[in-house]
Design a protein around this ligand. Structure first.
Ligand SMILES: Cc1cc2nc3c(=O)[nH]c(=O)nc-3n(C[C@H](O)[C@H](O)[C@H](O)COP(=O)(O)OP(=O)(O)OC[C@H]3O[C@@H](n4cnc5c(N)ncnc54)[C@H](O)[C@@H]3O)c2cc1C
Length: 422
């Protein structure tokens, strides 16, 4: 379907151009062709990010069968929508609509671990960033306190930058390399703060992850790997976009780092949350939220009975809101006895109605605080409910290693894979 729509897309575009060239286009023709072009564009976007778990998994299987073996050589190319050479799993991994273990189990079932090392590393990058931010929470606090907002000009004249801005606003997604180029141009050519760029991404990314986003922007700015800012060069952009763009002479390609005296060595020891101890599993409740949309599956495997509610609030960005609503619908359709709650009051009504005495909530990583606050926890105490912010073994095993650089962390990947039985 997707391939067909792309062929049609290209066909329509060439028809429009061809017709325009020979000046024989009527107003109606222009209207119909333009309308169909955008209709197909829309379907490309919808196909990029399905919202049923079954479709996400079948896309992943297809990706593993057709693209995974050349992932390491092709992943840096941004060839435009529909971004076939990368997995596009980030919107699902960020909320664990699908989780790392199931993704990697599928990947290694299709080939051997050695030949997909790069893909495995990338999956672990997100875990690493999350763990790193757990031990450097002040980095996130400082970023939030800086409260920088920058209006993005509708046109800067830098074609690639303007294109990526529109792609982000229209699809909620950007290829990793384009995120790097975009961030670099934002900071070093346009002269904006990295924080305002991180904020722009945070409001518009369908896969927003506070750790990957904040630290990705800091990395480009030269704050993460100190004094090594990432400089987008026009040659690199031309090559890795297969010459779709060539911003020669438009970029500031000579930068001196502003952060000479900066350091990241204020490390807070990662406090492992207590392990789960259930007093009475008959009165067990689980809340799903964007920290973890599949935590219940761990308890399905243990054959525990529980009540479950999904806590979901409306995102201010329409595209993301619609995506999340459909994701929620899929969870509720697959689990008919789960209910949807939209605010604290509804959660408390559900807890009382179901007579919950033990409650499992997803562990809340830095930047993703939803229910881990005094107001919510005090109310749980008043209702005499035991609760635990449950940290998956995946994170429990990995986070303690994420204090320094990725290459130190990476040495632990084989052990972490073993512990996860992958
Ligand atoms: C400035 C900047 C901001 C970013 N913001 C986010 C964000 O908010 N949310 C987010 O999920 N990723 C973010 N990333 C990381 C990366 O760009 C995306 O994870 C990746 O583009 C997602 O596409 P994919 O799933 O097709 O990746 P694939 O290449 O198919 O990789 C598979 C998975 O590995 C993980 N991954 C891959 N690259 C990275 C990376 N550089 N850092 C962390 N994890 C990675 C993701 O979970 C991804 O889904 C950011 C990167 C930069 C440079």
């Amino acid at each position: 379907m997707l391939n067909l729509s792309i062929i049609l897309n290209e066909l329509i575009l060439s028809l429009v151009i061809g017709k325009l060239l020979i000046h024989k286009l009527t107003v109606t023709e222009v209207f119909i062709l333009t309308f169909s072009y955008f209709l197909i564009r829309e379907s490309d976007i919808m196909n990029m990010f399905p919202t049923k778990k079954s479709e996400v998994i079948s896309n992943l299987i297809k990706f593993c069968e057709t693209e995974l073996l050349c992932y390491s050589s092709k992943r840096n190319f941004d060839l435009g929508i529909p971004h076939k050479n990368v997995s596009k799993l980030s919107p699902y991994l960020s909320t664990r609509f699908v989780n790392e273990v199931e993704v990697l189990k599928i990947a290694v079932s299709k080939t051997n671990v050695e030949s997909i090392e790069k893909f495995i590393d990338e999956i672990f990058w997100k875990t690493y960033w999350k763990g790193w931010l757990e031990t450097h929470p002040w980095v996130y606090d400082e970023y939030i306190k800086s409260n920088r907002v920058q209006k993005v000009p509708s046109k800067t004249g830098i074609k690639c930058f303007d294109y990526w801005k529109d792609e982000l606003l229209n699809t909620g997604y950007l290829h990793n390399h384009s995120r790097m180029w975009f961030a670099s141009i934002w900071i070093f050519t346009l002269g904006y703060d990295w924080q305002s760029g991180a904020d722009f991404f945070a409001r518009n990314l369908i896969d927003f992850c506070p750790a990957s986003n904040t630290l990705g922007w800091r990395w480009v700015a030269g704050l993460q790997t100190l004094n090594k800012p990432y400089l987008a060069s026009s040659d690199n952009i031309s090559y890795f976009t297969k010459y779709r763009f060539n911003p020669k002479g438009q970029l500031n390609e000579k930068v001196i780092s502003k952060y000479q005296n900066h350091h990241n060595n204020k490390i807070v020891k990662f406090k492992q949350p207590e392990r789960l101890q259930l007093k009475n599993s008959d009165e067990l409740g689980i809340i799903l939220n964007k920290n973890d949309l599949s935590i219940n599956e761990i308890f399905d495997k243990q054959e525990l009975t529980y009540h479950c509610c999904l806590f979901s609030t409306d995102h201010e960005n329409k595209l993301i809101r619609e995506f999340q609503t459909k994701i929620d619908e899929d969870i509720l359709n697959r689990n008919k006895n789960f209910c949807l709650t939209k605010n604290y009051q509804e959660i408390f009504c559900w807890l009382i109605e179901k007579k919950i005495k033990n409650l499992i909530l997803p562990y809340e990583t830095v930047g993703n605080k939803i229910l881990n606050n005094h107001q919510f926890k005090n109310k749980l105490k008043k209702l005499d409910i035991n609760y635990v912010f449950y940290l998956r073994d995946w994170d429990r095993n990995a986070f303690p290693h994420a204090t320094k650089g990725f290459f130190k962390f990476k040495k632990n990947i084989p052990v972490l894979m073993n512990l996860a039985k992958i």
